[in-house]
Design a binder for this molecule. Structure first.
Ligand code: NAP
Length: 271
């Protein structure tokens, strides 16, 4: 864990958001509250919603890119990242900008950003480990994982990270690779189990134990996120497949132990 802003001066930022779905909107609200200026572009037309939020909305990505952003914040789905970035005429950027992504996997956006961006653009990869539900009552003590992949303008980067620090987030500096390793064993695993429970159709009962309540909550939280998000956690995290296999093997081992015990009991009772 480290403090990101040290003693550098902080600046109010002009933040252009790419992908104004659930998570992009959620982040924008806090940024606006803190006095930063936001504008957005997205595949869907969010003009009306943006009007209510007082956020300029750009249907056309060219004026968006030309709109003097300090930061371009990528909030698209994991699956659409390459397509979205490759469709942006990045040469239209008028100034040196900090690109930040918030995708729930980290090696993939790091690689894509380094591949498509001009060399003079800064890159910060982040993963806020919370969402509209877990962060609805504030972000205090919720983790923000980040790696400064290519940062030359430290003041701007610190000012961006300060958005999370000042909300009380736990700032965790970690390589993208380490993030993906850990997230495959934690976040992907809990999403997978939540999806399996949803597939089984579990519902709250009148005699819930605390453990069962936890399972119901896990199911609900996994299915609140889009299937695109869940499949992105699998497809674009090279450590996830191994965890899915371990889950399957472990399920099989537990089942075999139960069946063995049952057959032992049956042979005892038939004596
Ligand atoms: P999501 O389903 O992962 O992504 C929805 C966003 O992706 C929308 O802005 C959508 O644009 C855009 N999108 C999807 N397919 C597209 C395509 N083919 N072309 C262009 N844009 C496309 O849901 P989300 O919850 O909003 O998550 C956004 C990002 O934040 C993801 O990368 C996710 O991993 C990350 N994240 C989410 C959470 C969370 O709790 N939800 C937490 C941490 C990080 P339109 O709305 O314009 O259709």
């Amino acid at each position: 864990m480290s403090s990101s802003s040290s003693s550098l001066p902080l600046q109010t930022l002009k933040i252009g958001i790419v992908g104004f779905g659930t998570f992009g909107q959620f982040l924008a609200k806090t940024m606006i509250k803190q006095g930063h200026t936001t504008r957005a572009t997205s595949r869907t037309d969010y003009s009306q919603l943006c009007h209510q939020l007082d956020v300029p909305f750009f249907r056309d990505v060219v004026p968006f890119l030309e709109s003097d952003n300090d930061v371009i914040l990528i909030c698209t789905s994991i699956l659409s990242l390459s397509e979205v970035l490759n469709s942006m005429p990045l040469r239209r950027l008028k100034r040196q900008t900090l690109f930040v992504d918030v995708l729930s996997v980290k090696e993939h956006p790091r690689n894509v950003l380094l591949q498509v961006l001009p060399e003079n653009m800064d890159v910060l990869c982040t993963h806020p480990m919370f969402g509209p539900e877990s962060g609805k009552n504030g972000w205090k003590d919720l983790p923000l994982v980040y790696e400064k992949v290519r940062v030359r303008n430290e003041t701007r980067c610190s000012s961006f990270l300060h958005i999370f620090e000042s909300e009380g987030c736990r700032m965790v500096e970690m390589s993208c690779e380490e993030h993906d390793k850990v997230a495959a064993r934690s976040q992907f695993l809990s999403h997978s189990i939540g999806r399996i429970l949803a597939e089984m159709g579990i519902e709250s009962t009148s005699m819930n134990t605390k453990s069962f309540e936890t399972l119901v909550k896990l199911k609900e939280s996994a299915t609140n996120d889009s299937f695109d998000l869940f499949s992105g956690l699998f497809i674009h995290n090279r450590f996830a497949q191994q965890e899915l296999m371990k889950l399957e093997q472990s399920f099989e081992k537990v089942k075999q132990r139960l069946l063995k015990k049952m057959s032992e009991q049956q042979s005892l009772s038939s004596v």
